[in-house]
Design a protein around this ligand. Sequence first.
Ligand SMILES: Nc1nc2c(ncn2[C@@H]2O[C@H](COP(=O)(O)OP(=O)(O)OP(=O)(O)O)[C@@H](O)[C@H]2O)c(=O)[nH]1
Ligand SMILES: [Mg+2]
Length: 312
Amino acid sequence: MPLQVGIVGLPNAGKTTLFNALTHAGAEVTAYAAVTEKANVGMAVISDDRLERLATLIGSKKTTPAAIRVVDVPGAGVEVPGGLRQADALLAVLDGFSQGADPDADLENLQLELIVADRDHVERRLERVRKEAKSGDRAKRLEAEQLEKLLAHLEAGRPLADWEGDLAPELEPLTTKPLIPLENGPRGIDCALEMELAELPEEEAAEFRSGPSALDDVVRRLKDALGLITFFTIGDTEARSWTLRYGETALDAAESIHSDIARGFIRCEVIRWDDLLECGSHAEAARRALQRLEGKGYVVEDGDVLNVRFNV
Ligand SMILES: Nc1nc2c(ncn2[C@@H]2O[C@H](COP(=O)(O)OP(=O)(O)OP(=O)(O)O)[C@@H](O)[C@H]2O)c(=O)[nH]1
Ligand SMILES: [Mg+2]
């Protein structure tokens, strides 16, 4: 399951516009809140020029950058859709373009709405658990007690990120997720412009921009919020970048490539991306002793080029 980010924002803040800019998916953008729309789902590429440089060096036929799944739900006014509960992080789009826009106030509003959504969610669960607890089930009674405390916490207007105790994972709260604010407008990112640029071929879009893409910055902030690092696999046919959570191991890396590779894991060759570029080939890197052999428990670092040796 790839990592997933949900776009939240008040109606007409530009959520779908940002979604299109990030995913190149061309979803319909409307000036009114459409009620019947389905969620838009797409993939946002995590561009990384290290990948291109490594692919060029080795002569890989194709490059495949890592991507994050992006979910855009319509409206998201007072009722925050449940589809966001599976997201690993939330991108908050704030209107900074329309007359009288007040992005700071909108952010506060949005944070309150997320708290309200969690409160309603906990309240519904509490009702159910209370009924189940009537049969005298001790575990259910304890759960009901905890839910009462959570409810009081949320009713005091506090996010569950401040909750000190444990939280059942099936609760899937919204207010524990990293929330990344993003102003849509001249003082932040011009999402409308980015959406238009996303429709152009890569080179034309780059020509139009003076510097790097503003979207790369959004993706970088997402990466930071999720605690992600990038590693590479480089071969003749394909060069790929992948993400892992900070602190994950060579076995986790193997698992994200293919479960068979994880199952048959023997050892992993590791070389830093810049060492590989400087040496010009794996053979030269090995000769200069810059290539290491690591085991399953090796903690992968950002910029590692990995080659997993495995048997099936
Ligand atoms: N001028 C300007 N208009 C924008 C910008 N971003 C979005 N819009 C316009 O604002 C309207 C709403 O944009 P959407 O992206 O559909 O907003 P949304 O948040 O997805 O809206 P709902 O899903 O209906 O809540 C559209 O008419 C957009 O063209 C921007 O940066 N500048
Ligand atoms: Mg929309």
